[in-house]
Design a protein around this ligand. Structure first.
Ligand SMILES: Cc1cc2nc3c(=O)[nH]c(=O)nc-3n(C[C@H](O)[C@H](O)[C@H](O)COP(=O)(O)OP(=O)(O)OC[C@H]3O[C@@H](n4cnc5c(N)ncnc54)[C@H](O)[C@@H]3O)c2cc1C
Length: 472
């Protein structure tokens, strides 16, 4: 590939901050709020015109990871709970305590946007929407500034501590800090996939029980025959707070690299086409969906996995199934190793990449790297993919802090972990809990450790988190 050299030029600096958070998704929102409430002068940068990340731009409308299975014990609290309670107040989510017990919090994405704005601005954060973080400037081994691109042109912002909540570890990559991508074996990442909204479902006539299973059999056969391309040809369910007849479905999938713009382009185009074809198939084959019509595909293709920062600590798949506890825990995750097949396969009714994958013919991972696959064929406890009932694994502070750059912290799904642990801790409940810890810790580093996040007093950080109702 040929290249050009961009001439050096002076750009304006829009401000000096204690904490700069890049990315306003489930990881970034609580990070910014926690930092600002802890007294740090905080800036939140987001490339879109609204906050929420995958929760809004991806139409992912159910917060998972809220409690350990088999118990009512909440795994999230603090700012996540505050955001959910505010949504419930506005009719955009169910009662928080009840929903936590059920294990998931459905919500209306438009209400999420509104509540996130209020929470962020009410915490005294400087918010910049429509702002793409394009580069990180590293001087003397620390990040000194970020380069921003927007309709206002190219600008920079200086900071003491930077929180990378871009989902894709963009700042980690831009700063030249170490990261991993995908599974160790071949770098392949979990399949992308887009949720979509459709209307016109006749709720009363939708098949249930055996009748539903019959239609699903036919749908799965259509997938196997290549008539439709879906990992789950089911028609999803009602969106919280939305009208009867409107559904959100999580059906499509695309195998590719979430940090490669050509793959992203191909994925967007393919998933749109697959969505139209699936709805067309439903109209012809599912009683009650004869008049189904597409309302919306998401503004951004759904991304499950991309880059993971390498931190002082790495959370592993073994930690998940061992429900490992840590002295320096700053968040908890009760979720399981839910790896969507990186090859995008799902022909035999499962999307999971694990030891019991029924896909035929088997892939190279199955034939050559069987030992690397998660799950234990002999484990009677739900295929060895879950922490035991009532248990969770801890997220240690060291997995949020870059091993290379002392003033760089991650929040959300791009923390330091392997491919298997990532498949668990990526759920939004856990991303929010991690975010709050990241922001609180970032404020402490900016205030008292000379911006060295690895020197944060973790016992004090834990005390602060617990005082705000965040379990750790
Ligand atoms: C199809 C699908 C279904 C899922 N289902 C569920 C589910 O049911 N329940 C659940 O809890 N989780 C689910 N997830 C996972 C969950 O949505 C994500 O893992 C979670 O949103 C990650 O949060 P995050 O804040 O780390 O990243 P994101 O949600 O990706 O947020 C990152 C934010 O950073 C911004 N950003 C990125 N790069 C830049 C940049 N360079 N400059 C400025 N801004 C930038 C983005 O616009 C975005 O707002 C699902 C994911 C997918 C794809």
């Amino acid at each position: 590939m040929s290249s050009i050299t961009i001439p050096a030029r002076e750009i304006p600096v829009i401000g000096d901050y204690d904490v700069v958070v890049a990315g306003g998704g489930p990881g970034g929102i609580p990070a910014a709020v926690a930092a600002a409430r802890a007294g740090a002068k905080t800036l939140l940068l987001e490339r879109y015109g609204y906050l929420g990340g995958m929760a809004t731009a991806g139409l992912i409308v159910s917060i998972l990871g809220t409690r350990a299975s088999g118990t009512d014990e909440p795994m999230i609290g603090g700012i996540a709970a505050e955001l959910c309670r505010e949504m419930a107040q506005l009719g955009g989510a169910p009662d928080y305590d009840e929903a936590v017990k059920r294990g998931g919090i459905g919500f209306d994405p438009e209400v999420f946007k509104l509540v996130a704005d209020t929470l962020v601005l009410g915490s005294g954060i400087d918010l910049r929407l429509h702002t793409w973080v394009a580069d990180a400037i590293v001087e003397d081994g620390v990040i000194s500034a970020l380069v921003l691109e927007s309709k206002s042109g190219r600008e920079a912002v200086r900071g003491k501590v930077f929180v990378d909540a871009t989902g894709d570890a963009d700042i980690v990559w831009q700063a030249g800090a170490s990261f991993t991508q995908g599974r160790e074996f071949d770098g392949a990442m979990m399949a992308m996939g887009s949720m979509f909204r459709f209307g016109g479902a006749d709720q009363e006539r939708l098949p249930t029980g055996d009748a539903r299973e019959e239609v699903m059999e036919k749908a799965r056969a259509a997938v196997t025959a290549g008539e439709i391309n879906a990992y789950n040809p089911g028609w999803g369910g009602k969106v919280y707070g939305r009208s009867v007849g409107e559904h959100m479905a999580n059906s499509t999938r695309f195998a590719g690299d979430a940090c490669n713009v050509e793959d992203l382009t191909r994925g967007e185009v393919q998933l749109r086409r697959d969505t139209w074809e699936l709805i067309d198939w439903w109209r012809r084959n599912v009683p009650g969906l004869e008049n189904a019509h597409l309302i919306q595909t998401p503004p951004h293709i759904g991304l499950r996995e991309s880059r993971q920062m390498v931190g002082h600590d790495i959370v592993t798949g073994q930690d998940v199934v061992d429900a490992r506890r840590r002295d320096d825990a700053v968040a908890r995750c009760p979720y399981w190793i839910d790896i969507h097949c990186p090859l995008g396969r799902s022909k035999h009714g499962t999307h999971l990449c694990y030891k019991k994958c029924p896909n035929d013919p088997p892939c190279a991972m199955f034939e050559e790297r069987y030992e690397d696959l998660p799950g234990n064929a002999d484990d009677t406890h739900r295929e060895g993919l879950f922490p035991r009932d009532g248990l969770w694994f801890d997220i240690p502070w060291g997995s949020l802090v870059s091993a290379d750059i002392p003033n760089l912290i991650t929040a959300g799904r791009c923390i330091s972990c392997d491919h298997q642990a990532m498949a668990a801790l990526r759920v939004m409940g856990t991303c929010m809990a991690i975010g709050e810890a990241a922001g609180e810790g970032a404020a402490m580093a900016a205030d008292s450790t000379g911006a060295d996040a690895s020197a944060v007093d973790v016992a004090q950080l834990q005390e602060r988190l617990r005082a705000n109702g965040a379990p750790c």
